[in-house]
Design a protein around this ligand. Structure first.
Ligand code: FMN
Length: 420
């Protein structure tokens, strides 16, 4: 048994866990996707009250939602067995968010007008919870000036629109009108609820992924960083309400919804982007795997192979965190809270403390490798100026939440940001 086995394992806490959410479903052929959405919301831990329009019940069965969400479903305002017959605004008053997916053209019109002729529109009118809408309709219906006018009215009132997306419609036509996929709707919901989180009004820069140092037009030096940790940090920051700039080297993974992406290739480019953004930000989390060396010269043509061995002269790339520290020296105003990452096989705390001091950091996340490679259990020590906190986490998302908690505490100790 290692010492770290005694550290309680941190689990990922979904921001939707325990939150009462209403899912409104209207009479679009995309209503079948609402079943996956209801299931995914429930699996994320949300308490889902489903409300269907009468047209929606012609396409999907209320019972299916009841079985997926384990909660009563309302589909008729005048049904004496429904909760709404006793208190027609009960759902409206208890929810943290109202997601309408799919939303028909007809429903958008009724919402824009403020009608309250069924369970969905009545709840939308009676709630103060944020409204998220995923429209689904034929492209001509979406493009129609009437629909666009209703969308503009709802957006002006604060509704968040997710999609529609382009693709093949049920009619066989291609165009803009498909309902966004459930996973995208859920991401948008987490992001929307995060807006009032503890990092609201804060700007955080995240460095992520590998860098690529060119040798010639078709070859480069790089490393195996997937960018998973940087993206997990972005998600945790966005869900806590921060504005996030993601400075990323080339990775296969898509950026999280809501992050402002600055795509770079070389260490030099990453350094430029970080020095540009970080000084005015509230925090910098530098989880990128930046190349330490680059080829001294870059050939303008593809280098031909020749007999015998070859030597590639290398030169140092800029040390981004040390460059930032020098850049900030003597500047007025508060410095961004700076977090660096290190991967070590032993003596984690000693190496991390040395890095903290050399680069003027506020926190170093020292990962124990090879244990923390891959997607399984992660072990790290969060080394600050006056403490060292060992963390065992079930996943990178859980580790990212632990790191972001430290950022929240540190920034709370500083002056609040101006109102956005
Ligand atoms: C099979 C079928 C599929 C439909 N799909 C859509 C759709 O995807 N989007 C849309 O705006 N209307 C669609 N409609 C039309 C709506 O069901 C109709 O406008 C209805 O009045 C909407 O009522 P609701 O908004 O109260 O659910 C469809 C109708 C049928 C019969």
């Amino acid at each position: 048994m290692s010492a770290s086995d005694s550290i309680p394992l941190r689990r990922y806490r979904d921001p939707l866990a325990g939150l009462p959410v209403a899912l409104g479903v209207s009479g679009s052929i995309a209503a079948y996707k609402a079943l996956s959405l209801a299931s995914a919301l429930t699996q994320a831990g949300a308490l889902v009250d489903t409300l269907l329009t009468p047209a929606a019940t012609r396409l999907v069965q209320p019972l299916a939602f009841q079985a997926l969400t384990h909660r009563k479903v309302t589909h008729a305002l005048w049904d004496s067995a429904s909760e709404m017959a006793m208190d027609h605004v009960a759902v409206a008053h208890r929810i943290c968010a109202f997601v309408i997916a799919p939303a028909t053209a007809d429903l958008l019109a009724r919402l824009a007008l403020g009608l309250a002729d069924d369970a969905v529109t009545t709840t939308a009118l009676a709630t103060v919870a944020p409204l998220l809408v995923a429209p689904a309709m034929e492209p001509q219906m979406w493009a129609h000036p009437a629909t666009q006018a209703h969308v503009a009215v709802l957006e002006a009132r604060g509704a968040t629109f997710i999609g529609p997306r382009p693709g093949r419609m049920a009619s066989g036509l291609e165009g803009l009108g498909r309902m966004a996929e459930p996973v995208e709707v859920i991401d948008a919901l987490r992001l929307r609820l995060g807006r009032s989180g503890p990092l609201a009004g804060r700007h955080v820069v995240v460095g992520s992924g590998p860098t690529r140092e060119p040798i010639d037009p078709v070859r480069f030096l790089s490393n195996a960083s997937s960018g998973h940790m940087g993206l997990a940090l972005c998600r945790a920051l966005l869900h806590a309400g921060a504005r996030v700039s993601l400075v990323t080297g080339p990775v296969a993974l898509p950026p999280p919804m809501g992050a402002e992406v600055v795509a770079v290739e070389t260490a030099q480019q990453m350094c430029g982007a970080i020095l540009d953004l970080a000084p005015a930000a509230d925090a910098l989390l530098m989880a990128a795997a930046v190349a330490d060396y680059r080829p001294l010269t870059v050939s303008g043509h593809k280098i031909k192979k020749s007999e015998g061995d070859s030597i590639l002269p290398l030169t140092r790339t800029p040390d981004i965190l040390a460059s930032l520290d020098r850049h900030l020296a003597g500047r007025p105003g508060p410095r961004p809270y700076r977090v660096g990452f290190a991967a070590e096989t032993g003596d984690l705390e000693a190496y991390a403390r040395d890095k903290l001091q050399r680069k003027g950091l506020d926190l170093v996340v020292a990962n124990r490798v090879p244990e923390s490679f891959g997607m399984g259990r992660h072990q790290a020590i969060l080394v600050g100026a006056h403490d060292a906190e060992p963390i065992a986490a079930e996943s990178k998302d859980a580790m990212a939440q632990a790191i972001v908690e430290r950022v929240i505490v540190a920034l709370n100790d500083r002056q609040s940001p101006p109102a956005p």
